[in-house]
Design a protein around this ligand. Structure first.
Ligand code: NDP
Length: 340
């Protein structure tokens, strides 16, 4: 009897907050590679905020996942069968094979991983897409200088934790914003941030103002929504705002707006000559070696700390994504689909 594989497909589109019922678990026979192809067994699946966007068919920079299609996602996999001379069984690869236990690939777009160089899962986090996001958002837009104040929200997450630590290496004073006392304590004691403020605290605006006595020179925007409303008045003249993500706004029903603060913001963009520049990490994929030349060494030497939040089993992916959008993750969220 053929071995059974499993996949999670998008069953319906959420209107606001997604739920596990938006996905459907399906079984299918483990596919057989044709000439030139390889069969992959998924080990780790990355869960990332952008996945909320792929569940929606609202206009965006990337096409939505179709109803009935396997949910998109970054993966670390092992080659289990190969009819492609470039790959052999046992090779470990980084790919974008989605929420499924097995996948067929032509090899295009895969990157081979060296398990001796770093834990395999790091390729989906600090040494992969989120790490590159932090690195290039800072290098190209944020450009923190020694002595400047940098603020980053979602501070203990995959992107934010790296942003703050690199900014510290560059000599900036770093203030994190995170959800809850535990995350804030971690940002200071483990990640080495100078301050961290809880955005859920009733006096969050007062606390953030006190934590930034010289204002904010770089605000790495991961969150948007209310957090940005509190940050905006503290931005200094010539402040830089890499607009990386607005996770607090991802679950908003399309077309619903309560954005009375936008005109105020636009006035400060003009009067303070602010630079708000959006970016998408894939713009920088061709510059992977530049990123790796600095970050791999920092990770190996322990200069950069990294925390993972790993769920077990493919079936945990839907609630894992819903929880990520609520801030339930503590560190880079992944699913261990199968043992290494
Ligand atoms: P994280 O690991 O930081 O996890 C998401 C975190 O966001 C949660 O843990 C929570 O942290 C915070 N959060 C969720 N909802 C809210 C809310 N309503 N208000 C405030 N904070 C909230 O995710 P990533 O590091 O992977 O992603 C961070 C941001 O970067 C996202 O906006 C994402 O879309 C963006 N991104 C953009 C890329 C690009 O190419 N532009 C590439 C990769 C990521 P807490 O509990 O601390 O508030």
């Amino acid at each position: 009897m053929a071995e059974t594989a499993r996949r999670l497909v998008l069953a319906s589109r959420p209107v606001s907050e997604p739920s596990p019922e938006n996905f459907r678990l399906e079984e299918f026979p483990v596919p057989v590679p044709a000439d030139g192809e390889i069969l992959l067994r998924t080990i780790y699946l990355s869960l990332d905020p952008y996945m909320r966007g792929r569940m929606s068919d609202a206009p965006s920079y990337a096409a939505p996942v179709a109803i009935g299609q396997v949910m998109e996602g970054g993966t670390v996999s092992e080659v289990v069968a190969s009819k492609n001379p470039d790959y052999k069984p046992g090779d470990k690869v980084l790919g974008q094979t989605g929420w499924q236990s097995h996948a067929i690939s032509s090899g295009k777009g895969l990157r081979k991983l060296d398990p001796a160089a770093a834990p395999l899962s790091y390729a989906l986090g600090i040494l992969g897409m989120p790490g590159m996001t932090a690195y290039f958002g800072l290098a190209e837009i944020g450009k923190p200088k020694a002595g400047e104040t940098l603020v980053v929200a979602a501070a203990t997450g995959a992107v934010g934790s790296v942003v703050g630590q690199i900014a510290k290496i560059r000599g900036a004073r770093v203030v994190g914003i995170a959800g809850g006392e535990k995350k804030c304590a971690f940002a200071k004691s483990e990640l080495g941030f100078d301050e961290c403020v809880d955005h859920r605290a009733a006096d969050f605006p007062t606390q953030l103002t006190a934590a930034c006595p010289s204002g904010i020179d770089v605000y790495f925007e991961n969150v948007g929504g209310r957090v940005f409303e509190v940050v905006a008045p503290l931005l200094n003249t010539y402040a830089r705002v890499p607009v990386c993500g607005v996770i607090a706004q991802y679950n908003a029903a399309v077309g619903v707006q309560d954005a009375n603060w936008v005109p105020t913001l636009m006035r400060s963009v003009l009067s303070k000559r602010l630079t708000l520049r959006g970016f998408i990490v894939s713009d920088f994929y061709p510059r992977y070696s530049e990123f790796a030349s600095e970050v791999v060494g920092w990770v190996k030497s322990g200069k950069l700390k990294y925390r993972e939040d790993i769920l077990d089993g493919l079936e945990s992916a839907p609630r894992g994504l819903v929880g990520l959008l609520r801030g339930e993750n503590f560190g880079k969220r992944l699913v261990r689909v199968a043992p290494e």
